[in-house]
Design a protein around this ligand. Structure first.
Ligand code: MG
Ligand code: MG
Length: 267
C-alpha cells in the first residue's frame, strides 16, 4: 500500500523510517571517512573514491551518481565537493585542496530504495578566522532550523530561523537552491527555503522526512552555474558554506537520521 500523502507530501511509516535511518547511518559513516581524509594536498577525486568505497562497503548505493537534473548531464560523482566560492554541486576531480580552503562535501546514499542526504563544510588545514566564522554560522543555522522542526510547526518556522541567524551575523542566504522532502526520491515535496516567514507554509506532521540545508554566503546571495552543467558558485566570487541533515518529524521532535548520534543505530 502506498504511503499516506498530504498535498504531495509523503508520510513515512515506522518501517519506512527504519529504512531511512539505515540510509542516514551510511551517509553519516561516509561523512566520517571524508572528515578524516580532508587535508592539504588531497584531491576532491580522492575524497570521492573514499566515499564511494565506504558506501559500497556498507551495502548501499550513491544517490548522486548518475543523477540527472533539468537539462544537466548525469552527475559523475558519488559526492559533491564544492571549494571556497563553490556553493553546491561541485564535481569531484583533479582539484587539489590547499591549506586555507574550505570544502563543502555533500553525500547521499540509498538503502532498500530510501535516501539519506547530508552535507558539511570543513576547513582544509588552518583557515582564516572569517572563514571559520562562516562555517560555524552555517552549522548553527542548521541546528536552529532543526530545532523548529516539530509536529504542528510550519516550514516557514524553519526557514525564518535559518534566515534570521544568517542575517544577524551579516551573511546572505542562497535563495535559488533549497532543502526538500526526501524518501523514496531524493527530492520530494515540500521545498524548504532558507528564507521565509515564521508561521507560513506547509504544516509539519509526524512521519514527514525532510532535508534542511542552509547555504550561507559572505557576499551576495546570488548564484551562477558553471558551464559543466552542475557547479554552482557565488555570483561575486566570495566564499560559501553548506550544512545539511535529513531528519524525521516525530512525536518527540526532530530525529536527525544522518548523524552518528542517531540512537536507533547503536544497538
Ligand atoms: Mg545534499
Ligand atoms: Mg539535499
Amino acid at each position: 500500500m502506498a504511503s499516506p500523502r498530504t498535498r504531495g507530501i509523503t508520510l513515512k511509516s515506522a518501517k519506512e523510517l527504519e529504512l531511512m535511518s539505515r540510509a542516514g547511518w551510511v551517509v553519516a559513516q561516509a561523512k566520517e571517512r571524508l572528515r578524516e581524509a580532508v587535508a592539504p594536498g588531497v584531491t576532491t577525486g580522492e575524497l570521492d573514491r573514499i566515499a564511494a568505497e565506504e558506501i559500497a562497503r556498507l551495502g548501499a548505493t550513491s544517490s548522486f551518481k548518475g543523477y540527472t537534473g533539468v537539462g544537466a548531464p548525469p552527475f559523475p560523482g558519488t559526492i559533491c565537493a564544492s571549494v571556497n566560492e563553490e556553493i553546491v554541486h561541485g564535481i569531484p576531480g583533479d582539484r587539489v585542496l590547499l591549506e586555507g580552503d574550505i570544502v563543502s562535501l555533500d553525500v547521499g546514499a540509498i538503502v532498500c530504495g530510501f535516501h539519506g542526504d547530508s552535507a558539511f563544510t570543513c576547513a582544509v588545514g588552518s583557515v582564516s578566522e572569517d572563514r571559520q566564522r562562516l562555517i560555524d554560522a552555517t552549522r548553527e543555522a542548521l541546528r536552529l532550523g532543526i530545532a523548529e522542526a516539530r509536529v504542528g510547526a510550519r516550514i516557514g518556522d524553519i526557514s525564518a530561523a535559518v534566515e534570521s541567524h544568517a542575517i544577524h551575523l551579516g551573511y546572505s542566504v542562497v535563495r535559488q537552491y533549497v532543502g526538500h522532502g526526501i524518501g523514496r526520491q531524493m527530492h520530494e515535496e515540500p521545498q524548504i527555503p532558507n528564507y521565509g516567514v515564521a508561521g507560513r507554509g506547509p504544516l509539519l506532521r509526524e512521519g514527514m522526512t525532510i532535508a534542511i540545508e542552509p547555504m550561507l554566503n559572505v557576499g551576495t546571495w546570488e548564484t551562477t552555474q558553471l558551464d559543466d552543467g552542475w557547479t554552482v558558485v557565488t555570483a561575486d566570487g566570495n566564499v560559501s558554506a553548506h550544512f545539511e541533515d535529513t531528519i524525521a518529524i516525530t512525536s518527540n521532535g526532530a530525529r536527525i537520521l544522518t548523524s552518528l548520534d542517531d540512537l536507533s543505530q547503536r544497538s
